[in-house]
Design a protein around this ligand. Structure first.
Ligand code: FMN
Length: 700
């Protein structure tokens, strides 16, 4: 039953000509599926609609080939050929019971147009601000270009209405939507009526809002997504300037959707920003308009949501990442099942789907992106296919998820953990600076296991091969995790390096277990390139060690460009006093420190150190798996039918991958084997148009 304190979240909100049935609003977010996997996207959005979000939006939709931000895979509405995909998504959102919003985007300066090869368009001549630093410049838009842009936008509004959308966006946010570039002094140095004064810089947004409203004509609501502060001081959009923007066009849209700065600022990870971080920036803007306001802030606490509504900051609770982690969050709040909410941990692995052009993934929600292609659902799983019993060995992220999902299917499950602490690597890593929110991966699963009478959990229960064969479970899942190796093997060295035993070598596991170097000078060799190297470096530096981080790539924690954290990580470790040596490898550990080599020239060097921390690679704990398979002749007598490795014990990867792997085992147990080499459904390009190849003209 719903707690009455949360009633206000379930009040309807009028948005122009339409009414949202509650205050839960899934704001636009990309998902790495877009034009390539539109049915995958449609199923994902539908799941959220079923989960209680009153409004479910698409990601940014490119309205024209000059707005091509490939290789990112977004939706397109370049012409009518894109209509079936766009319409299918609206239809599925409606089937799920929500209103459908579409974020029309002309990306201007942000679109390198690599696929279309059209010339990028911007307020002034400037290099494009694409993520890959593409050597492409945008051309300053002429008046004719502006007329064209208005027409393309208008065309896309017509198409959106035809496709059935209830809310049509004008996108002026994140320094991505091209209208943002017109508004911002950083990008707009025009001297015509579209540059200079605020009134001029706002002109194109105003015109496009007016065009959109005229076409929507009461059939759909018009939303405007805008960055309320670019966090650049007077060089960009400021919060006080935004008040003037509201003075000029505050009544133009039917809904304001407020975001902060660039996408990196807006989707800040939990390591660098708390829930509701945007509150000071958005507070007060609602009072400058009669139109409803939606805002974001990795909202997972219904109390925070209520406070935002009651104190007049927001009308609608916007969410991207919390809706990814738990597409059913609104329904769970409504039912009063708060412990059932899979709270977003703010790791931004969802963002990495976009950056790696692969379907979206989520640490908390392994079904995200798998709704269509594998038929997975965040709240429903098929009932068990037999009376088999399952033993899960290891209660890390993979084991916990396997036990939870198998338990939900109705199997009798025994989960054993060698240590006293449940959670494996997540329990250890969430104690590191900035990673405390990650404990939610364990909390959610333990709370769920508590409710399952058919799952028994045993701590301090190390299992041997003999034990397992003696107990005679039908299926055995090995989820025993992995350990960091200390021999230097990783991407750079594929064989152990020379290590002089007089210099102590630590692994992240040693450091997380509380071990510390005896001396002060520490070299940390990061050949892993995700978060851990920099987190450990920061922690040791703050504890007073003199830390030098050595990495063979150009950037610290380079892979975190995919979670949009790399720049913050670098700033944080600089502030912590860590000395950084990029493009350098540790090649040996000697009696006085480490030998190094420049990645490019091979030039060698030496760094004095009392200790070395190797953050290079991990080795799976697969001994049990291997031993059990060596004794496969004994399985029949013991009643064992399968032994499967999952998560890091099978192949070390991200926490998201471990959770997914445990979940996959649970989904597929007793499901008839699919012999198709592609274990999921996919959409392939229909060769529907007769090819007409141009005939080369020969010149004699
Ligand atoms: N915002 C947009 O306006 N358009 C997008 O296409 C878009 N893509 C996103 C993709 C991902 C994976 C995420 C996490 C965010 C994206 N955003 C996009 C920003 C979100 O809409 C939102 O403003 C931001 O993540 C903060 O909200 P949250 O804390 O609820 O995630």
């Amino acid at each position: 039953m719903r707690d009455h304190r949360y009633d206000i979240l379930f009040e309807p909100v009028r948005i122009g000509p339409i009414t949202a049935r509650n205050r839960f609003f899934q704001v636009p977010h990309c998902n790495g599926m877009g034009y390539r996997d539109p049915s995958g996207e449609a199923a994902m959005r539908r799941t959220k609609a079923e989960g209680g979000w009153a409004v479910v939006c698409t990601e940014q939709v490119e309205i024209h080939p000059t707005s091509d931000i490939g290789p990112f895979i977004e939706l397109r509405l370049w012409d009518d050929q894109d209509m079936p995909a766009i319409a299918r998504i609206a239809e599925q959102i409606h089937e799920g019971g929500a209103l459908a919003g579409i974020e029309l985007a002309h990306n201007g300066l942000n679109s390198p147009n690599l696929i279309s090869r059209e010339t990028p368009l911007a307020p002034q001549h400037l290099p494009v601000v694409s993520w890959n630093l593409d050597p492409v410049q945008a051309r300053a838009m002429t008046k004719a270009d502006i007329v064209d842009l208005r027409k393309w936008h208008a065309d896309s509004v017509h198409r959106s209405l035809k496709a059935g959308y209830d809310i049509v966006y004008v996108y002026a946010g994140h320094a991505i939507g091209g209208l943002h570039h017109f508004l911002s002094r950083r990008y707009n140095n025009r001297t015509d009526e579209y540059g200079g004064s605020l009134e001029n810089r706002v002109r194109l947004i105003r015109e496009i809002l007016e065009d959109t409203r005229e076409i929507a004509d009461g059939k759909a609501a018009v939303a405007c997504r805008i960055s309320v502060d670019e966090l650049l001081g007077d060089d960009g959009i400021t919060r006080s300037e935004m008040e003037d923007v509201f003075g000029l066009i505050g009544e133009h849209p039917d809904l304001w959707d407020l975001v902060l700065g660039s996408w990196e600022d807006d989707s800040v990870t939990s390591r660098f920003g708390p829930e509701a971080e945007q509150e000071p920036y958005v507070t007060g803007l609602k009072q400058l308009t009669t139109k409803p306001v939606v805002g974001v802030g990795r909202f997972t606490s219904p109390d925070t949501m209520v406070r935002h509504v009651k104190s007049g900051i927001l009308d609608l609770i916007g969410a991207a990442r919390p809706s990814i982690a738990d597409p059913f969050m609104p329904n769970k709040i409504e039912r009063g099942d708060l412990a059932d909410i899979r709270e977003c941990i703010g790791c931004n692995i969802c963002v990495s789907g976009d950056f790696t052009m692969s379907p979206i993934r989520c640490t908390q929600n392994p079904t995200m992106g798998e709704e269509f292609r594998r038929g997975w659902h965040p709240e429903r799983i098929s009932v068990k296919g037999s009376d088999s019993s399952v033993l899960v060995v290891g209660a890390g992220p993979a084991g916990l998820e396997a036990a939870r999902a198998l338990g939900n299917r109705g199997y009798p499950v025994t989960l054993t953990e060698a240590s006293r602490v449940l959670g494996g690597r997540v329990a250890r890593e969430s104690k590191l600076p900035g990673l405390s929110a990650w404990i939610r991966v364990i909390d959610y699963r333990l709370q769920q296991l508590d409710r399952l009478d058919n799952v028994e959990v045993y701590r301090e229960s190390p299992m041997s091969t003999d034990d397992i064969l003696e107990y005679g479970f039908d299926h055995v899942v090995i989820a025993t995790g992995a350990s960091w190796r200390g021999d230097g093997v990783g991407r750079w060295h594929t064989h152990p390096i020379e290590i002089d035993s007089s210099t102590s070598v630590f692994t992240p596991d040693d450091i997380m277990a509380g071990a510390r170097p005896a001396g002060k000078r520490v070299v940390l060799f990061d050949d892993d390139h995700y978060y851990l190297g920099a987190v450990v470096a920061e922690m040791l530096a703050k504890e007073g060690f003199a830390v030098t981080l050595v990495t063979p790539v150009p950037q610290v924690s380079q892979w975190t460009t995919n979670t949009m954290e790399a720049h913050r990580i670098r700033a944080r470790i600089m502030e912590a006093g860590v000395d950084v040596r990029t493009d350098t490898a540790v090649t040996a550990v000697d009696a006085t420190g480490v030998q190094t080599a420049c990645r490019f020239t091979g030039r060698t060097g030496h760094l004095d150190a009392d200790a070395v921390v190797m953050v290079t690679a991990r080795l799976p704990h697969d001994e049990l798996y291997t031993q059990l398979h060596e004794r496969s002749d004994d399985w029949a007598a013991a009643g064992v039918r399968s032994v499967t490795g999952v998560g890091d014990a099978w192949a070390p990867s991200t926490i998201a991958a471990a959770v997914w792997s445990g979940h996959r085992f649970a989904e597929e147990l007793d499901v008839p084997r699919n012999d198709d080499p592609v274990p999921f459904r996919r959409e392939v390009t229909q060769l529907s148009i007769e090819p007409v190849f141009s005939t080369p003209v020969s010149v004699s």
